[in-house]
Design a protein around this ligand. Structure first.
Ligand code: NAD
Length: 507
């Protein structure tokens, strides 16, 4: 494989530079951030990290831009997002390919990620005419009681490597129509897609005559994010990443009474009951567990199958796993691309060793396979576990599916909920009682609970996020926009009297 490394890397580097140019990004000056491709494991381009003064200046520009942006009517603010959606549609293949180069996603998933950006733009455009407040009946005569939603301020967006562009769009499209400005700190593993998104948004703003300073990009490691987290001008910190990151960020934001929107790790499970359509369940499980090489926050990591169906189900899943093509995500027909880096591979190996030491039995996969260079390609693993041991209760960001069995649905739901995270969940069943039980108050404790569909691949129309260590935040559809605005309650007296609430007399 080493013989292939050099030419493959040169070709990928040229491809990246070309894509950046077509997306409106001039080649950056060399610097301390290394933009690598997980396809070969080698550097594509280097670029400078933002220093303290640059972060300070970016926040200051966003804060100044907010003062004007908040007074632009929301449907007019939507013009920027409409233009962004058009540019994304025009450049969908180019941005998708850059996602493949930088994050290692297969083509259809990378283009799907850009589609998700377009979808959330459309949602936000509609939303710009629906930022509704309520009116309530006042208890006093001649009074009106109502609420108004106002722009919040500067939103600091911190994002993870595995959805390098969609998470930015979820936050930015909604924040902009809500009248906020954005300072974005992308993952240090995906700086190039960030340059591309920033360039597209600035162009969209310029094209419609809006202030391009409504969006700022800062680049670099966690320390750059920390400066954003600690700045009192940043009204909302919307942070997507590991539980560890959330544990560092949340107390710092709380200490200055800022707002946090946390989208942290998951440890998602599916329950398969005796009445499940096993063919459909298999398809849902394989995409959710092995897709994106197990690097989605919603990846299926735990399978809780009824003892009567576990055998035939596992036979089907492992047969499908054997058919999965692992390799270069730029090639048609490949379904599983590389892990992001060596650390992810080491994490997978360590987790598998612990699982086997706990009495787990490796059903298939787990081994490293050759790719076009020094990338970390693995066959997705399935491990049968005698119990839900400590390693199963942790999120390992790699394709490992742990399988446990159950006899009684109550016990299955209890096992399902007995992990610290609470993002996504599914039940496969054709029994309505079982399905409803799973969705009920004493069923799944996750932010996302599905029936006869896998744990991953959410639509943008719903609110996305999870409970417990997943952080409690909600993004994207439904009424998630409320996190990006501040609510004012207004009481208006149009009478000539001054009655006090609760009938209090003060005279
Ligand atoms: P990560 O936590 O290593 O990094 C995420 C981002 O946080 C990066 O931009 C990083 O630089 C920044 N960061 C880290 N520490 C920080 C600190 N102390 N202050 C400020 N910024 C800091 O995560 P990752 O490896 O990029 O992504 C994988 C993780 O993200 C997984 O746990 C996955 O489940 C989670 N994730 C969650 C969601 C969700 O919506 N719930 C979506 C995607 C990924």
């Amino acid at each position: 494989s080493h013989a292939l490394t050099a030419p493959a890397t040169r070709e990928l580097r040229e491809r990246a530079e070309n894509l950046l140019r077509r997306l409106g990004v001039e080649p950056p000056a060399p610097g301390e951030i290394s933009a690598r491709t997980p396809i070969t494991g080698s550097e594509l381009i280097s670029l400078p990290a933002s220093d303290k003064a640059e972060v300070e200046a970016a926040i200051a520009r966003a804060d100044t831009a907010f003062r004007g942006w908040r007074t632009v009517p929301a449907p007019q603010r939507a013009a920027v997002v409409r233009r962004l959606a058009a540019l994304l549609t025009e450049h969908q293949d180019e941005l998708g390919e850059l996602v493949t180069l930088e994050a290692g996603k297969i083509g259809p998933e990378a283009r799907g990620e850009v589609q998700e950006m377009i979808d959330v733009c459309e949602f936000a455009i509609g939303l710009s005419r629906q930022l509704y407040g309520r009116t309530m009946p006042s208890e006093r005569p001649g009074h009106r009681l109502m609420e108004t939603w106002h722009p919040l301020g500067v939103v600091g967006v911190i994002s993870a490597f595995n959805f390098p562009v969609a998470v930015w769009a979820w936050n930015t499209a909604v924040a902009l129509v809500c009248g906020d400005t954005v300072v974005w700190k992308p993952s240090e593993a995906t700086p190039l897609t960030a340059l591309a998104c920033h360039a597209l948004l600035r162009r969209a703003a310029a094209d419609v005559g809006a202030d391009p300073e409504v969006h700022q990009l800062i680049q670099g490691p966690a320390a750059v994010g920390e400066q954003l987290v600690d700045d009192p001008r940043v009204a909302l910190v919307s942070a997507t990443g590991s539980v560890r990151m959330g544990q560092q960020v949340a107390p710092r934001v709380a200490a200055r009474f800022g707002r946090c929107l946390l989208e942290l790790g998951g440890n998602n499970a599916a329950i398969v009951t005796p009445t499940a359509d096993l063919e459909l369940a298999t398809r849902g499980i394989v995409f959710a567990a092995a897709g994106t090489a197990g690097q989605r926050c919603t990846t299926l990591r735990r399978l809780i199958a009824h003892a009567d169906v576990a055998g035939p189900l596992l036979d089907r899943i492992s047969a499908a796993y054997r058919q999965l093509r692992v390799g270069n995500p730029l090639e048609d027909g490949v379904l599983v691309g590389p892990l992001i880096n060596e650390r992810a591979y080491d994490g997978m190996r360590a987790a598998l060793e612990r699982a086997l030491a706990d009495g787990g039995e490796l059903v298939c996969g787990g081994e490293r396979v050759e790719g076009p260079g020094d990338g970390f390609y693995v066959r997705p693993a399935i491990v049968r576990m005698p119990a839900q041991t400590a390693v199963v209760r942790e999120e390992t960001f790699a394709p490992i599916l742990y399988v446990m069995t159950y006899q009684d649905l109550d016990a299955a739901i209890e096992m399902h909920n007995a992990v610290p995270q609470g993002l996504s969940s599914s039940i496969f069943t054709q029994n309505q009682r079982e399905a409803e039980r799973f969705l009920a108050a004493d069923g799944s404790d996750c932010g996302i609970a599905n029936v006869n569909i896998g744990t991953s691949g959410a639509e943008i129309g719903g609110a996305f996020g999870g409970e417990k260590q997943t952080g409690g935040g909600r993004e994207s559809g439904s009424d998630s926009w409320k996190a990006y605005m501040r609510r004012a309650t207004n009481t208006v007296n149009y009478s000539t009297e001054l009655p006090l609430a609760q009938g209090i007399r003060f005279e």
